[in-house]
Ligand binder design. Structure first.
Ligand code: NAD
Ligand code: USQ
Length: 397
């Protein structure tokens, strides 16, 4: 297949592009490199020394990979460029990773909120609109988030995107309906993914676009089979207070002897998936497109759920680190249960990488190996959610 990987210079996009190229697909990466500029804005950088896009692509060819190209283009701002690209390349599939993905970054200030909404919503809408304008019948696979559902599910297992409900009709009969699971975002970033979901539903219905939305949990891990082939192919590893995600932060903190930063009581339960499973899931999704006219396919892309304090205790145990309960900068429930249906990927052959298999390797091969590159001042989360929270009003859900 000819595949366009939008956001293919990022943490998920880069290993996914390599994996798809390795499978024999023709891959073009489209990215405006805004993530590298955000590192400069925050004065932060990846724990791993990531190479420039040019070096990455050259290294991939040197280790025998199929040549890939990177087109620098802003999906949110350059609609005409996007139309020209799709028209000229006519990809069979488009994988869309290209959004601002940090919840803390999206909450930093009015500017960051507006940037996140403008960037993410316009990127997604421009893409959908351009596909219609160019008459491109490509399969669109989008990286969404488990966070669209919210985490207060009253004990029920979250279904894969759709909820069966029964409604009392005017004539007294009961009517069965399937609806998109009601959204309950916990940050401006997560809210943009809810907006995306609505855009997808509309374009699938109105224009018969073939769309798969992957509701992905928190990624952990760094390397995939392909990123390990050469030092210049190394993936990024974010640990700073805005972009570092919880488990990778704990691994890095353990490696540098920094007490593990558990927010509040650490009672938040979240969904997780290893980066190697993520690239496999993207492959599986691409191999199982929806039919023309079918509703948006939604898969829950996660393999395990864990409570944050349990993760901290686990990492502390294997690496002899300390755990510290710090005030929670976020407006989120202090404790929640989380049960998730994820049978679609398992039925299609995904074999999950479990926490116990990969954790120690991550601490030793990645976090300790690059520990001398860490800037400990960048670890604290300084982005605070609301003035309401600063005033001490508790989060409801
Ligand atoms: P990332 O920030 O590392 O990568 C995103 C890439 O998209 C960057 O290279 C960036 O430069 C590019 N980009 C952003 N806006 C763009 C625009 N307007 N035009 C062109 N390129 C643009 O993020 P990631 O961790 O790789 O996440 C990728 C996707 O996966 C995101 O949509 C995110 O919501 C989703 N996701 C990530 C995680 C996770 O734990 N990292 C979990 C669930 C879902
Ligand atoms: N947390 C801590 N200590 C830390 C960092 C985080 O206790 O040092 C807590 C947070 O308060 C939160 C949980 O860990 O309760 C998860 O935080 P996170 O930063 O790992 O994840 P999140 O903000 O939800 O965002 C990440 C990605 C995002 C993706 C999402 C998937 O950045 O792109 O959409 O995971 S999910 O969480 O399933 O919605």
């Amino acid at each position: 297949m000819k595949i366009a990987v939008l956001g293919g210079d990022g943490f998920c996009g880069w290993p996914a592009a390599l994996h798809l190229s390795d499978l024999g697909h023709d891959v073009v990466i489209v990215d405006n490199l805004v993530r590298r500029r955000i590192d400069e804005e925050l004065g932060a950088s990846s724990l791993t020394p990531i190479a420039s896009p040019e070096e990455r692509l050259a290294a991939w060819e040197q280790v025998g990979g199929r040549p890939m190209e990177l087109v620098e283009l802003d999906l949110a701002q350059d609609y005409d460029g996007l139309v020209a690209l799709l028209d000229e390349r006519r990809p069979d599939a488009v994988v869309h990773f290209a959004e601002q993905r940090s919840a803390p970054y999206s909450m930093k200030s009015a500017r960051h909120k507006r940037f996140t909404v403008d960037n993410n919503t316009n990127a997604t809408h421009n893409l959908l609109c351009a596909m219609v304008e160019t008459g491109l019948d490509a399969h669109l696979v989008h990286l969404g988030t488990m966070g669209v559902y919210g985490y207060g599910t009253a004990g029920m297992a979250i279904p894969e995107g759709y909820l069966d409900v029964e409604i009392a009709a005017e004539d007294g009969t009961r009517v069965a309906q399937e609806i998109l699971y009601p959204t309950n975002p916990g940050s401006i970033y997560h809210m943009t993914k809810c907006l995306d979901q609505q855009l997808f539903a509309y374009y699938a219905k109105n224009d018969a676009l073939r769309i798969t939305d992957l509701h992905q949990g928190i990624i952990w891990g760094t390397h995939t089979e392909q990123t390990m082939r050469d030092e210049r192919l190394v993936n990024r590893f974010d640990y700073d207070g805005d972009y570092g995600t919880v488990l990778n932060r704990f691994l890095m903190q353990a490696a540098v002897g920094y007490p593990l930063t558990v927010h509040g009581t650490g009672g938040q339960t979240r969904a997780f998936i290893h980066i190697r499973d993520m690239v496999r899931c993207v492959q599986i999704a691409l191999e199982n497109p929806p039919a023309t006219g079918e509703r948006v396919k939604i898969f829950n892309q996660m393999t395990e759920t864990h409570r944050v304090r349990d993760l901290a205790e686990l990492v502390a145990r294997i690496s002899d680190a300390e755990v510290e309960l710090v005030p929670n900068p976020r407006h989120e429930a202090a404790e929640n249960e989380l049960h998730v249906h994820n049978e679609t990927f398992l039925d299609l052959g995904l074999q999950p990488t479990l926490l116990e298999e990969g954790l120690l390797m991550e601490v030793e091969d990645v976090a300790r190996r690059y520990a001398d590159r860490a800037d400990l001042d960048k670890i604290p989360c300084t982005s605070v959610w609301t003035s309401r929270q600063q005033a001490g009003v508790p989060a409801s859900r």
